[in-house]
Design a protein around this ligand. Structure first.
Ligand SMILES: NC(=O)c1ccc[n+]([C@@H]2O[C@H](COP(=O)([O-])OP(=O)(O)OC[C@H]3O[C@@H](n4cnc5c(N)ncnc54)[C@H](O)[C@@H]3O)[C@@H](O)[C@H]2O)c1
Length: 175
């Protein structure tokens, strides 16, 4: 991990090595956060990003992640729990954590629709079936996460954000 710095806000992002987590990590680093990028496979080290190997299924790894972040960076301002997030119960967990941890901590969840992390060329129909006219990209989720972690979202807690290009409102899917 990098040497101590107390000047910038610190976020831990799990599952930061690929896809949505990588997108959030890059966005927060660009916005001036110090990001502890935790992943099974250690993410690449670039400016503002501190890669840490961590398996979120292992309690010991999580304790070490938090302890090392506090020790090396001196603060934890945000946690983005992205790796292996099971959908069942997540909204209820968000509600209960928001109530039990407020007002010091705000807790929100993002429910993504189809976010393309494959890098493959998709069919026209894949994009066209979305009311927003396209499949999502990690930057779409990263933008929402960056907003929720900002002071401007100070009145938002216990909320779910469905970011799916309108698909769950349409409820018709192309095979
Ligand atoms: N991409 C989508 O369309 C989509 C839609 C809805 C929900 N999600 C959810 O969003 C999250 C991220 O999805 P993605 O598409 O970016 O996935 P991805 O497979 O592209 O990336 C996941 C990252 O998490 C890491 N990871 C996996 N298990 C881990 C563990 N136990 N500990 C630490 N790191 C671990 C992987 O190494 C990888 O770098 C997942 O929870 C996924 O279920 C994705």
């Amino acid at each position: 991990m990098a040497p101590k710095s107390r000047s910038k806000r610190v976020a831990i992002v799990t599952g930061a090595g690929n896809g949505i987590g990588e997108g959030i990590t890059k966005r927060l680093a660009k916005d001036g956060w110090q990001v502890v990028a935790a992943d099974l496979n250690s993410p690449r080290k670039v400016a503002g990003i501190h890669p840490v190997r961590c398996d979120v299924r292992q309690e010991a790894d999580l304790k070490e992640l938090v302890a090392a972040t506090r020790k090396n960076l001196g603060r934890i301002d945000a946690i983005v729990s992205n790796a292996g997030v099971g959908e069942g119960g997540l909204i209820a967990l968000t509600h209960s954590l928001a109530i039990s941890m407020g007002p010091e901590v705000r807790v929100n969840c993002i429910s993504p629709g189809w976010i393309d992390v494959s890098g493959k060329k998709l069919k026209k129909a894949d994009h066209a079936q979305h009311p927003a006219g396209r499949v999502g990209v990690p930057e779409d989720i990263a933008a929402a996460a960056a907003f929720l972690l900002s002071a401007e979202a100070g009145f938002i807690t216990g909320a779910e954000f469905v970011i799916d290009g309108g698909m769950t409102r349409k409820m018709i899917y192309v095979e």
